[in-house]
Design a binder for this molecule. Structure first.
Ligand code: MN
Length: 252
């Protein structure tokens, strides 16, 4: 687990681009009503993880030891290699042979959310698959610091100052009771900090996620034990990927 990940093959990128262009139209023509509704519900969702069914575990965007010492290679080996993979494997079993088999991950999440209690297991696994890919991309070695340009201006307009934003995001991450996530989202014209429990994701609540931090214990316990506030502070200061957030903000 200490070898850097190989670069993603060009074919995977081409395939994602192709699907991003064609998936919504093809599904609208051919799919079941629940799926058509799901496709319509997420036209602007950040497309972070798409491969044809079975869904594949996306490569980490950095080596597994690149976030050390905030997040060790050992944590990555379990969190990415076991937890994230298990969510994906579970989802693949549930969508196999169903009308969601050819959907994008975002469409599976939306359809499962719309399906209520009957689809809660599918929602939990699909949303966690999406949330985790979004999380890996929300972090980067040498990250942290301060965003620039439009993103910084919007943060200052919505929170008063960048430091106030940091305080609010850290508070959300620290006070999420039990397992969950802290998020920076765009909600209409404003940027907001929200927290979600378990697998819940702003993706299904009409908000555009810009950044997230996983605060499930499996995200930090090997490195920080019960000191979630220290993990949160270190991740904010050293790992947040503001380029990823700015790219998400720029998406229509
Ligand atoms: Mn996690």
């Amino acid at each position: 687990m200490n070898e850097p990940n190989p670069p993603r093959p060009a074919s995977a990128l081409d395939r994602r681009s192709f699907l991003a262009v064609t998936a919504t139209g093809a599904l609208a023509a051919a799919a079941a009503p629940a799926l058509r509704a799901a496709a319509a519900a997420v036209p602007t969702a950040p497309a972070v993880a798409r491969a044809p069914a079975p869904f594949e575990l996306p490569a980490l965007p950095y080596a597994d030891n690149a976030l050390d010492p905030v997040i060790s290679a050992q944590t990555i080996s379990f969190h990415y290699g076991k937890h994230h993979r298990a969510y994906l494997d579970n989802m693949n079993k549930m969508v196999a042979g169903s009308d969601l088999e050819k959907a994008t991950l975002e469409q599976v999440v939306a359809a499962a959310a719309a399906g209520g209690a009957d689809k809660s297991a599918l929602f939990n696994n699909a949303a966690q698959a999406w949330n985790h890919t979004f999380y890996w991309n929300s972090l980067t070695p040498g990250g942290g610091g301060k965003p620039e340009g439009e993103l910084l201006a919007k943060l200052e307009a919505s929170f008063g100052s960048f430091d106030k934003w940091k305080e609010e995001f850290a508070a959300a991450a620290k006070t999420q009771f039990g397992s969950g996530w802290a998020w920076l989202v765009q909600d209409g014209a404003a940027l907001k900090v929200v927290k979600t429990a378990n697998a819940e994701t702003p993706l299904t609540k009409g908000m555009k996620p810009l950044l997230t931090l996983d605060v499930w214990e499996h995200a930090y316990y090997l490195d920080w034990q019960n000191r979630r506030p220290d993990y949160v502070a270190a991740a904010i200061d050293k790992l947040l990927n503001w380029k990823f957030a700015a790219a998400n903000l720029a998406k229509a």
